[in-house]
Design a protein around this ligand. Structure first.
Ligand SMILES: Nc1ncnc2c1ncn2[C@@H]1O[C@H](COP(=O)(O)OP(=O)(O)OP(=O)(O)O)[C@@H](O)[C@H]1O
Length: 251
C-alpha cells in the first residue's frame, strides 16, 4: 500500500537516510524504532510527502507518489507530527473538521455527517464535549489525542504517526494502541518505547544512523544483541505467554 524504495536524504553532505527500503505490511502496525537522530521523523516526513528524498521513491498502491494528485493523497495518507502545532486559533471541532475536506467537493461546507463524526472521534479519544474549546488552550496530551483523532477522522488508508505517545499517560498510551489495532489503516509509527512496540506492533523496522539495520517481527528484531548494538544498553529479553518479547533494560 505504501512503500519506501531506496530512500536517501542528504543535508550538507551528511546522509540522514541512506538507501532505506521499507515495506510496511498492509492493515498492520509497523513500529519505526531507533535512537535519537536515527532518521525516523525524516522517513515519516518523506512517506507523507512533506520532504523529498534525494534518491529513491515512495510508492502508494504501486504508483509513484509524485504522480498522484495532492487531493487523492490526502484521502489516503494522514500524518501526526511529533510536535503538534499549538498556535492554532481555531476551535477543536474546526480543526477536526479539516480532516473531512479531501472527502467532499472543493469549497463544499462540512456536512451534518462530518459534524457527527467529529464529535464521535472526540468521544473515542476520551475528549467528549471539548469541540468548542480553543485548540491552543488544550494540554499537550489533550492536543496530541485530538490530533490523532483528526488523523483517524481522515479515514486514511495509511496513518503515519511520529512519537504519538510522547505526551500521553500510560492509560491513554494503551487506549491509543488498542484503537490502532482495531483500525483498518496501515499504520507506521515512530516509537521510543520498546515494550509498547513489542506488545502492539506486527512489524518493526530499526534505524541506526540513517540505515535500516533490521526489520521483522518484534521477536526477530528486538534481541539483546541488536538492542546493545543500536541503543548501547543491556537488556533482558524474555518471551511472554503471547510469544511477544518482554524487554527489561538493565539499569
Ligand atoms: N533540516 C535538517 N537539516 C540538517 N539536519 C537535519 C535536518 N532535519 C533533521 N536533521 C538531522 O537528521 C538526523 C535525523 O533526524 P530525525 O528527526 O529524522 O531523527 P529521529 O530518529 O526522528 O530522532 P528523534 O528520536 O530524536 O526524534 C538528526 O541528526 C537531525 O539532527
Amino acid at each position: 500500500m505504501i512503500e519506501a524504495q531506496n530512500i536517501t536524504r542528504r543535508v550538507r553532505g551528511r546522509a540522514l537516510l541512506d538507501d532505506v527500503t521499507l515495506t510496511p505490511p498492509a492493515h498492520a502496525i509497523t513500529g519505526l524504532l531507533g535512537p535519537n537522530g536515527s532518521g525516523k521523523s525524516t522517513l515519516l516526513r518523506i512517506l507523507a510527502g512533506l520532504q523529498r528524498p534525494d534518491h529513491g521513491r515512495v510508492l502508494v498502491d504501486g504508483a509513484d507518489r509524485a504522480t498522484i494528485p495532492r487531493r487523492a493523497l490526502a484521502r489516503r495518507i494522514a500524518i501526526v507530527t511529533q510536535h503538534v502545532p499549538a498556535d492554532v486559533d481555531m476551535s477543536v471541532r474546526d480543526v477536526l473538521l479539516l480532516a473531512r475536506i479531501p472527502h467532499r467537493p472543493a469549497l463544499a461546507p462540512a456536512t451534518m455527517d462530518d459534524h457527527r463524526r467529529a464529535e464521535e472521534a472526540l468521544d473515542a479519544a476520551g475528549l467528549p464535549g471539548i469541540g468548542d474549546r480553543r485548540w491552543s488552550q488544550l494540554s499537550g496530551g489533550e492536543r496530541q489525542r485530538a490530533d490523532i483523532a483528526r488523523a483517524l477522522l481522515q479515514d486514511p488508508a495509511v496513518l503515519l504517526l511520529d512519537e504519538p505517545t510522547n505526551h500521553l499517560d500510560i492509560r491513554h498510551r494503551l487506549a491509543l494502541f488498542h484503537r490502532l489495532r482495531a483500525s483498518a489503516s496501515t499504520v507506521v509509527t515512530a516509537l521510543h518505547d520498546l515494550d509498547l512496540a513489542a506488545a502492539f506492533c506486527d512489524h518493526v523496522a530499526l534505524l541506526h544512523d540513517g540505515r535500516l539495520i533490521a526489520a521483522g517481527t518484534p521477536a526477530e528484531v528486538l534481541t539483546p544483541a541488536t538492542i546493545r548494538r543500536v541503543y548501547q544498553v543491556e537488556a533482558d529479553v524474555t518471551a511472554g505467554d503471547d510469544g511477544r518479547p518482554r524487554i527489561r533494560v538493565v539499569p
